[in-house]
Design a protein around this ligand. Structure first.
Ligand SMILES: *[C@@H]1O[C@H](CO)[C@@H](O)[C@H](O)[C@H]1NC(C)=O
Ligand SMILES: *[C@@H]1O[C@H](CO)[C@@H](O)[C@H](O)[C@H]1NC(C)=O
Ligand SMILES: *[C@@H]1O[C@H](CO)[C@@H](O)[C@H](O)[C@H]1NC(C)=O
Ligand SMILES: *[C@@H]1O[C@H](CO)[C@@H](O)[C@H](O)[C@H]1NC(C)=O
Ligand SMILES: *[C@@H]1O[C@H](CO)[C@@H](O)[C@H](O)[C@H]1NC(C)=O
Ligand SMILES: *[C@@H]1O[C@H](CO)[C@@H](O)[C@H](O)[C@H]1NC(C)=O
Length: 461
């Protein structure tokens, strides 16, 4: 209790400093893009330890705005970026919700204290029931993945007319990080192999199926991955530093919808599913790759495909995939087979933060010329994901995050110019970006808590 309060006090100090010192305003065409940098509460990690934290009501820009980007990275107490081989950033997610005015869901305790009549999640437009409802989210690739929403688009939030009476809009941050200093098997720890964590029960205390070898159910908060013997057990304090950019809302901004597709989406409409009971999730989020040694796939590429329906069409204005180690790229195709977007991982080649050898440090993004890549209402899309199967992998993912806007009204005169500017001018955003997301949405976690439902295997298939 007092520890948490202390942390929050510390945070408040840090935040007021950081937010103040790092706020900025600069001009993008005629509009002022605002920017602010924040730090999460401190994550305290020691070798092999896992933090999977949910922070409610995080510092975030307020008011009726258009979000333009959300970038994040793990830093230490001196603000120095921490490389993935020390702290593996499994994922971070940002979720939007309406909180009852005056209610106070805070910090880690918030999950337990959550009064659900005080909390209304505002999901993105994606089709995965009960999960993947976040607005932004990424993993190890966060430093080199662009999240910039091109002009003249924005993700509209904070519209006061949409907030139910008695509520206010707030944001929730989930950070999942694994300290892999001095661990016995760094890849195994990052892939959450249950044997390395000595975990046989999930966070709710339910026994995991025997064939569940690894994934998020084995590396929840405060689990411990096996470390080498005789190591020095040095704790450290880290933060997720996040940078938000936005514009004040105005009617020239075209709102973009967020869709997140998951290659494990079975498309089945769960029989008894409801918001309250996401017990048969059609999106499993994670899956496993078997080693090609056990079959005669000479290329050793595991290809997975799934089809799903996009309810509302429009112009795709941004796209990015999320994959884990072993990922070789993913693509989204239209009903006629045309490529809508291909997203390929970049693997690091060095030691330094942002270029760590053996890790996916970035995902390529798509910025189609507005109007050039369209999908129609109800179109059947195909998501394809390739992984190397030279080694077996547990807990891998293949998500595709796209932004879709209503087709721009046939541009009058002045919009012409603004179409072009973007990419070159904004190059620097791309240095520290983030595109799509990792991992299971916090809300699934919340829902499980609430329901205390029967355990349902995430990746048991
Ligand atoms: C939850 O919030 C509602 C509405 O504010 C209140 O009536 C109720 O007592 C609260 N429940 C708990 C357990 O705090
Ligand atoms: C693994 O967990 C079991 C029971 O949960 C415990 O008895 C055993 O000592 C643990 N092994 C290690 C190496 O921590
Ligand atoms: C390392 O230190 C942390 C606290 O700083 C402690 O909780 C943990 O048990 C220690 N681990 C070992 C292997 O001693
Ligand atoms: C759906 O719910 C009904 C009533 O609650 C129950 O009898 C039935 O077994 C459930 N079906 C599945 C597939 O869970
Ligand atoms: C996946 O691999 C298959 C077979 O090697 C290839 O035809 C396809 O283009 C690849 N897809 C992507 C998105 O890289
Ligand atoms: C708009 O773009 C077209 C083609 O790129 C160009 O020919 C035209 O002059 C532009 N109009 C304005 C008002 O800039």
């Amino acid at each position: 209790m007092s520890h948490i309060q202390l942390c929050q006090l510390l945070l408040a100090v840090i935040l007021s400093y950081t937010a103040h010192s790092a706020s900025g305003r600069y001009h993008e065409k005629d509009r002022a893009v605002e920017s602010a940098v924040f730090l999460s509460p401190p994550l305290i990690l020691h070798p092999g330890s896992v933090a999977d934290k949910f922070y409610f009501d995080i510092p975030f820009p307020r008011g009726h705005i258009a979000l333009k980007s959300f970038d994040a990275e793990v830093v230490d107490e001196d603000g120095i970026p921490v490389p993935l081989h020390e702290t593996y950033l499994h994922h971070w997610l940002v979720e939007r919700y309406y909180g009852r005015k005056g209610s106070n869901i805070e910090g880690e305790l918030g999950l337990k204290a959550l009064n659900h009549s005080d909390f209304v999640l505002v999901r993105n437009d994606g089709i995965c029931k009960g999960t993947l409802g976040q607005y932004f989210g990424l993993g190890s690739e966060t430093r080199k993945t662009a999240t910039w929403v091109p002009e003249p688009y924005g993700i509209e939030v904070g519209n006061p007319d949409k907030v139910p009476d008695g509520f206010e809009e707030r944001w929730l941050l989930n950070v999942h990080a694994i300290d892999t200093r001095d661990v016995e098997d760094r890849v195994g720890c990052t892939e959450c192999k249950c044997s390395l964590y000595n975990v046989t029960k999930d966070v709710f205390g339910h026994t995991l199926p025997n064939d569940y070898k690894g994934g998020l159910y084995c590396c929840y908060d405060q689990t411990q991955c096996q470390v080498r013997e005789g190591i020095q057990n040095v704790s450290r304090v880290l933060y997720l530093k996040y940078t938000v950019k936005w514009l004040g809302w105005d009617e020239n901004i075209i709102p973009a919808k967020i869709y997140i597709f998951d290659v494990t989406d079975s498309g089945e409409v769960p029989m008894n599913s409801s918001k309250e009971n996401p017990s048969h999730l059609s999106c499993k989020v994670e899956y496993e790759i078997e080693s090609c040694k056990h079959n005669d796939n000479s290329e050793c590429i595991d290809t997975r495909r799934t089809k799903m329906v996009i309810p509302t069409g429009g112009d795709i204005i941004y796209g990015v995939s999320h994959q884990h180690l072993g990922g070789q790229g993913a693509a989204l195709y239209g009903q006629d087979g045309r490529v809508l977007c291909t997203s390929i991982p970049t693997y690091g080649e060095g030691e330094e933060a942002g270029n760590e050898a053996g890790y996916i440090v970035g995902m390529s993004t798509c910025y189609p010329e507005p109007g050039s890549v369209k999908v129609v209402d109800g179109e059947v899309l195909t998501l394809e994901s390739n992984y190397s199967s030279k080694e077996a992998h547990t807990g891998v993912m293949a998500l595709f995050y796209i932004l879709v806007a209503e087709s721009a009204p046939d541009k009058g005169t002045n919009s012409n110019a603004s179409w072009e500017l973007k990419l070159p001018k904004n190059t620097w955003y791309f240095l520290f970006a983030g595109g799509i997301l990792t991992a299971i949405a916090g809300i699934y976690f919340l829902a499980k808590r609430r329901q205390n439902e029967n355990y349902q295997a995430l990746a048991a298939s």
